[in-house]
Design a protein around this ligand. Structure first.
Ligand SMILES: [Zn+2]
Length: 342
């Protein structure tokens, strides 16, 4: 064990980090970000990106950690605090999920209910009921499951009328192909969508994205719904960010039985700018959950609320036994700077 690691473990086990957190973060809102939650033995691991997926077991350990060190709050509580100065409990924490994966309902929601924790799920409205989130996740799933063969590359080359590299096996080769496709004008790249969707339908565990009716079930677990755009394209790169924000909100609000207004969004791929916030505000959004790194000050606020979030990255937070290293999570969350505004 390295010196740094030993010191961190000592700082946690001695209660030093906890006392530091008690003092420094009493008046701060911590917002954490998850994506997929899968049981260790789920066949969906065959296609899931470990950078954006946690095991159900690890997720439960995170919830135990939150129970010990935080007051988990709901989105309405957060909104009521910033808009009406209703106090938040000390050390408040909001749990969020991006994208709208089915596993949020199947595996995360029951655990959240068990702990009595509310949460927010940001749904990509155009992906509801689809086999997979977007072309990038489809390509990744094909590659990871060993099904991105030269036959498929040839078919893609033909559709695009350009030669793509073949023999894609390593992550580096996959990344090179991804880079080429990302660099194409979106209109041209979208020509691949039908094939990618068709190919992913044969993969284990699909369909993967939440369906409309399942959003109602999420709400029954005390989970709020937010928007994550329509197509999962970056709001600073897409042709019409206004349309992405407006249509996603309208689609989610029009779901029968879904009676909450959609007041919050999370920018796909974490990309946004001041223009995005302005557009969102004019469309009626009150809050953005972004990827600004840090804790949020608690204070009254006019205008759109921009909440910083911390991504929970399982590979980084594991110990040698493959379980949550609580000292690492404490160090990651407790020591974040408090942002100067929301
Ligand atoms: Zn996303």
């Amino acid at each position: 064990m390295g010196l740094k690691q030993s010191l961190r473990k000592l700082a946690y086990s001695s209660g030093f980090l906890h006392r530091y957190h008690n003092n420094k973060n009493h008046d701060a809102l911590t917002v954490v970000l998850f994506h997929r939650v899968l049981p260790e033995n789920s066949p969906e691991w065959e296609t899931a990106d470990p950078e954006w997926t946690v095991t159900r077991e690890f997720f439960q350990e995170c919830l135990e950690f939150f129970q010990k060190h935080y007051s988990v709050v709901s989105f309405p509580q957060v909104l009521d605090h910033y808009q009406n100065s209703t106090p938040l409990p000390g050390h408040s924490l909001l749990i969020t999920f991006d994208d709208g994966w089915k596993c949020n309902l199947k595996h995360a929601a029951p655990l959240l209910s068990q702990f009595g924790f509310p949460a927010v799920v940001f749904v990509t409205s155009g992906a509801m009921g689809k086999s997979i989130l977007s072309w990038q996740e489809a390509l990744f799933a094909l590659w990871k499951s060993g099904k991105l063969d030269d036959g498929k590359i040839a078919a893609m080359s033909q559709v695009l009328n350009m030669a793509l590299p073949t023999g894609i096996t390593s992550r580096a080769q996959y990344n090179q192909l991804l880079g080429i496709l990302r660099g194409l004008p979106p209109k041209k790249r979208r020509l691949l969508d039908p094939s990618l969707i068709k190919w992913t339908e044969d993969l284990p565990g699909v369909p993967l994205m939440l369906e409309k009716e399942e959003l109602i079930q999420l709400q029954e677990h005390g989970i709020h719904i937010g928007s994550h755009g329509v197509t999962h394209e970056s709001l600073v790169r897409v042709d019409d960010a206004h349309q992405e924000l407006q249509t996603s909100r309208q689609t989610l609000e029009a779901i029968p039985g879904q009676d909450q207004p959609i007041l919050c969004f999370s920018p796909p791929q974490g990309q946004y700018d001041q223009e995005t916030l302005k557009t969102a505000y004019t469309l009626g959004y009150q809050c953005a959950c972004t990827n600004r790194s840090g804790l949020n000050p608690v204070c009254q606020h006019d205008g759109i609320i921009d909440l910083g979030r911390i991504n929970i990255d399982q590979p980084y937070l594991l110990n040698e036994r493959g379980t949550l290293d609580a000292s690492k999570l404490a160090s990651l969350l407790f020591r974040q700077p408090i942002l100067d505004h929301v």
